[in-house]
Ligand binder design. Sequence first.
Ligand code: SER
Length: 310
Amino acid sequence: MSTETILIMGANGQIGLELAENLRGIYGENNVISADIKDLKNPAGIYEQLDVMDKDRMYEVIKKYKVTQVYLLAALLSATAEQKPKSAWNLNMEGLFNVLDAAKDGIIKKVYWPSSIAVFGPTTPMENTPQYTVMEPNTIYGISKQAGERFCEYYHQKYGVDVRSIRYPGLIGYKSAPGGGTTDYAVHIYHEALKTGTYECFLSEHTALPMMYMPDAIRATIELMDAPAEKVKIRSSYNLGGISFDPSQIAAEIKKHIPDFTITYKPDFRQAIADSWPKSIEDTRAREDWGWNPKYDLASMTQDMLDNLK
Ligand code: SER
């Protein structure tokens, strides 16, 4: 029997849905609790309606199930956060404080919190961005992730909180839909390619960004959470490289499978967000510290995405 009980908050989101499925496979149906702000009629497993900003309710759920690990995935992403700066800041920070406090108060043992390539900004070196570098994010989302990283490290150093984090690149998967991000085009493009044979991209042709296929991202997350504490030397957040490509490159890859596929470009406000982020990420620390090794490239991801979406 598993000695861990896991609570996933923001479990209905792009990462949460896939992570919950994987964690249930590892820890068993009864040891993974999904929670989200929405009330679900037919949840896939044990489910609680929970607003991460409601600390009392969060503590109640943690105690009810004797939760040992929390994955906090509830957040507003980059594009949405630019539209609602105040509520994005409040949600992204308040939820994190409540979870870090639960660990500090000793009612949970381990915390996972996702950071993002959005912690970097226009003054950051854009190619092979290193773990430690200039970080001046200029989006609300990036500012909240940067501040969050500082708090994670602080809670670890001051209070010994076992918090672990990855700076996710754009995440691409077929099982769940992204929402409100700048990298979402790289998911939409596959759906539209199959459905209509054409896609209008909200980023320009040569906007390269770091991306990752969901199976790699989920595996990285679980491997980091499983690593012995002494191997997790970075308690702000780990760089993770993945695959770097621009819209023209993913379109060319899709054309190998769907020869008539066409793409047009109509950049909107998300272009400026993308322009402030790195084009590629250097991740030797994750490789050295806990053995990270990605499996998918653009070709194998595209093959798998199209096979599964068909
Ligand atoms: N994929 C996210 C976004 O585009 C970045 O973490 O907002």
